[in-house]
Design a protein around this ligand. Structure first.
Ligand SMILES: [Zn+2]
Length: 315
């Protein structure tokens, strides 16, 4: 009897021990599941963050690249490929607003003093135009923007900045067509369409025309109801080899009274060079104005079908 008690007791102890083992095992398991559970949350969080950012980044980056590349690569300073309107938002901030009332752009100039006109072709550009307008406004000067008509409704905000700054808006055709490529009739239509786009977006009907690539075809010239505004100083800002420094250097070393300076409001280096050029011109006694301001000051009366390179060089 005593023996069987001992056996039962031993069995009970064994059973208890086994029970404990199972319990401890269970506890451990719970711990294990708890730990991965936490890591899972972390991983989830990590996954969530990139999930939101990753798609956004690649979506913007390639587009940014496309903005830059065509701008810097063209064999000639002539555009097309640009980001869609939506891409203008990141840099949209009111660069150009709020200054209008503070600026005191001279309403009259001294014809005895040296004076030049800065001109910008191929815009408006979603960001560069506003940067350049800001620099002009900061220096209390006007410039002439030879806009491409079809880009005006495409980039209404930058265009508005040009209008609000009181700058002169001039014609660079509706779709950047060269006088060589189209008939005189087609060119006239393109110029009219561009002028209409300017008016529809708050500007005044254009009075000056800059032929694309500077090409003037003599036989067609007399049929075009615009003066042809060319340039006497070409910054070649569209060339890859040129930098903000070389543009600045070129202008400051070569500028003379009556010059019309050619630039493009579509390059970062141009936008960087403009405020420095304006500083230099003003420090060196130059008055700066739009082409019309320059011509009015210097007594040049423009005529349709005539080429104007500078105050002293036209015909
Ligand atoms: Zn052009």
């Amino acid at each position: 009897m005593k023996r069987s008690y001992t056996v039962v007791a031993a069995l009970l102890v064994l059973a208890l021990f086994c029970g404990m083992l199972t319990f401890v095992g269970k506890l451990r398991k719970q711990d294990d599941t708890a730990a991965p559970g936490q890591t899972e949350t972390v991983t989830k969080n990590e996954q969530d963050t990139p999930k939101e950012e990753t798609p956004a980044e690649p979506a913007e980056k390639p587009n940014e690249d496309t903005t830059e590349e065509p701008a810097d690569t063209p064999a000639e300073p002539d555009i097309p490929l640009y980001p869609p309107l939506a891409e203008t938002d990141p840099d949209d901030p009111d660069i150009s607003r709020g200054k209008e009332n503070e600026t005191a752009v001279p309403t009259s100039f001294d014809p005895e003093k040296p004076m030049v006109a800065l001109t910008f072709d191929d815009g408006p550009h979603p960001t560069r135009t506003q940067e350049i307008v800001q620099a002009l406004n900061d220096h209390n000067v006007h410039a002439t923007f030879f806009v491409v008509g079809n880009r005006v409704p495409m980039f209404p905000e930058p265009f508005k900045a040009v209008v609000d700054g009181g700058h002169e808006i001039a014609n660079h055709t509706y779709s950047h067509v060269s006088m060589k490529e189209v008939s005189a009739d087609e060119l006239v239509k393109s110029l009219q369409k561009a002028s209409d786009a300017v008016v529809e977006n708050g500007g005044e009907a254009t009075k000056l025309y800059r032929p694309c690539n500077g090409t003037v075809v003599a036989e067609k010239a007399s049929s075009i109801p615009y003066p042809f505004i060319l340039w006497s100083l070409d910054t070649n800002d569209w060339k890859k080899s040129n930098t903000s420094d070389s543009i600045y250097q070129y202008v400051t070393e070569n500028v003379t009274d009556g010059d019309i300076i050619l630039m493009h409001d579509m390059y970062e280096k141009t936008a960087e060079a403009v405020p420095r050029i304006l500083d230099w011109l003003q420090q060196n006694g130059y008055q700066v104005g739009s082409v019309s301001e320059l011509f009015q000051t210097k007594g040049v009366e423009v005529q349709n079908g005539v080429k104007y390179f500078s105050v002293s060089n036209h015909g």
